[in-house]
Design a protein. Sequence first.
Length: 201
Amino acid sequence: MLQTITTLDEATPTSLRPVLQPLPPLTEAGTRLLDAACDLFYDRGVRAVGVDLIAETAGTTKKTLYDRFGSKDALVALYLLRRAHRWRAYLLDRLTGAAPGESQVLTVFEALETWMGPQRRGCAFVNAYAELGDSGHPAVPVIRAEKAWMRTLFDTLTGDVALGAHLHLLYEGTLVVLTAGANASAVAEARRSVKIALAAA
């Protein structure tokens, strides 16, 4: 069931394609640069972090950064693509052990809570969009595709696009309340809301 939204082929909807692109092979220096960029972009924001700091943190040079990635904008897009890949792998691993239906939907919220852990910077994709806006930046299609993928996941798990839309909004709101709202009970409250929504469907 989930294979249709995790495989990139000719049938993949246009809205999902940017976030299902494979990660490029990287040299050791490229990996260090991406690791450094991922930590810095998430912790400090994509606009506040310059290529000098990324190169210094990675123990490389700006020239190496540009040789490997071409531009800072491309590195920002790759940071988000890698985060999307990691979140998807993390989530799908947990979904494979859950029974179809309510159990799988609730597992998404449980996975969100454990994935975030002590992090309170919130959603990397929303944070990046807040800085980049509706621009021609190469990260924007990745951001939108990640949100579209989560919506499609709920549609797929429930088999109901109206219910999927409801659950996706609940998921996005839970992430905000858990992090920006500093409400440690957000996921527990969301789980109760999920059960109410599923029972009413």
